[in-house]
Design a protein around this ligand. Structure first.
Ligand code: ADP
Ligand code: MG
Length: 245
C-alpha cells in the first residue's frame, strides 16, 4: 500500500509537568511529502519532531510510522530510529572523528554493515552534499555550512525513509544558509519524505508541499504554501507572518 501515509499522528498529547506542549495533534504525512512546520518559539515544534523519533515519549495518542505503531523501547525502537534521520540546529558531529568516519559510524556500529561498502556509500553521500574533498578533515576544520551538510550525509547514510530537520540553518552564518537549503531542496526533489522546522520562508514556499502552523502546542493551520502565505486564515498565523516576512 504505497498510498498509505508514512507518518500518522493521532490525538497526540505531551506534557512537561504542568505544561501541555502538544495538544491533541493530528497530522498525516504522505510518502515523498515535504511538510514545513512553522510557528513561534515555544510552540512545540521541536517536541513534535522529537516525538516522531521517540526521542520524547508522548502521554497519549498514537504515532504510526510506515504502518507500525511507534514502539516505546527495545530493538523495534532502534530500528525505527534508524529509519528516521534527524538533523538538528547544532550539528552534533563527533569532534574527534573525521567527516568520513562520522558518516560511516551509524551503518558500521549500529547496523553492523561492512566498512568497505559503507565507505563507498558515505563517499557518494559526501559528494552529493558537495563536501567529498573534506572527507578526511575533522569537524572543526569545516565551516558551519559544511558541517551541517556532513550531518545531513550522516543521517542519509542510514538510508532513512524520512528525514526530520529541526531548524537546520538557525545556527549558521547567513552566507551559509543557502548551501544547506540547496541540499535539502535537492533531497525534497528526489522524493524524500521530510518534516522541516524552519524560519526560512523561501524554502517553505518553494520546497514544501504543505505548511503546518503551530502555536501554543496546537496545530493551528495547515495549507499548501501558496495558499498559506497569501491567505492565512487565523489571526495567529497572520500575526506570526507579519513579524517574520
Ligand atoms: P519550539 O521548538 O516550537 O520552540 P519546543 O518544542 O522546544 O518549542 O518547546 C515547547 C515548550 O515545551 C516550551 O515551553 C519549552 O520551554 C517546553 N519544553 C521543551 N522541552 C522541555 C523539557 N525537556 N522540559 C520541560 N519543558 C520543556
Ligand atoms: Mg525548537
Amino acid at each position: 500500500m504505497t498510498d498509505q501515509p508514512l507518518i500518522v499522528l493521532s490525538g497526540v498529547n505531551k506534557w512537561f509537568g504542568e505544561l501541555h506542549v502538544l495538544k491533541d495533534v493530528n497530522l498525516s504525512i504522505g510518502r515523498g511529502e515535504v511538510v514545513v512546520v512553522i510557528g513561534p518559539s515555544g510552540s512545540g515544534k521541536s517536541t513534535l519532531c522529537r516525538a516522531i523519533n521517540r526521542l520524547e515519549p508522548i502521554n497519549s495518542g498514537e504515532i504510526v510510522f510506515d504502518g507500525t505503531s511507534l514502539p516505546a523501547e527495545g530493538k523495534p525502537l532502534a530500528r525505527l530510529r534508524s529509519e528516521v534521520g534527524m538533523v538538528f540546529q547544532s550539528f552534533n558531529l563527533f569532534a574527534h572523528k573525521t567527516i568520513l568516519e562520522n558518516v560511516m559510524l551509524g551503518p558500521v556500529k549500529v547496523r553492523k554493515e561492512k566498512a568497505a561498502a559503507v565507505r563507498e556509500r558515505a563517499m557518494g553521500l559526501l559528494d552529493r552534499v558537495g563536501i567529498a574533498a573534506q572527507a578526511e578533515k575533522y569537524p572543526a576544520q569545516l565551516s558551519g555550512g559544511q558541517q551541517q551538510r556532513a550531518a545531513i550525509a550522516r543521517a542519509l547514510a542510514m538510508q532513512p525513509k524520512a528525514m526530520l530537520f529541526d531548524e537546520p540553518t538557525s545556527a549558521l552564518d547567513p552566507e551559509m544558509v543557502g548551501e544547506v537549503l540547496e541540499v535539502m531542496t535537492t533531497l525534497a526533489g528526489e522524493g524524500m519524505t521530510m518534516v522541516v522546522v524552519t524560519h526560512e520562508m523561501g524554502f517553505a514556499r518553494h520546497a514544501a508541499n504543505r505548511v503546518v502552523f503551530m502555536a501554543d502546542g496546537l496545530l493551528v493551520e495547515e495549507a499548501a504554501p501558496a495558499e498559506f502565505f497569501a491567505n492565512p486564515r487565523t489571526d495567529r498565523a497572520k500575526d506570526f507572518l507579519s513579524k517574520i516576512l
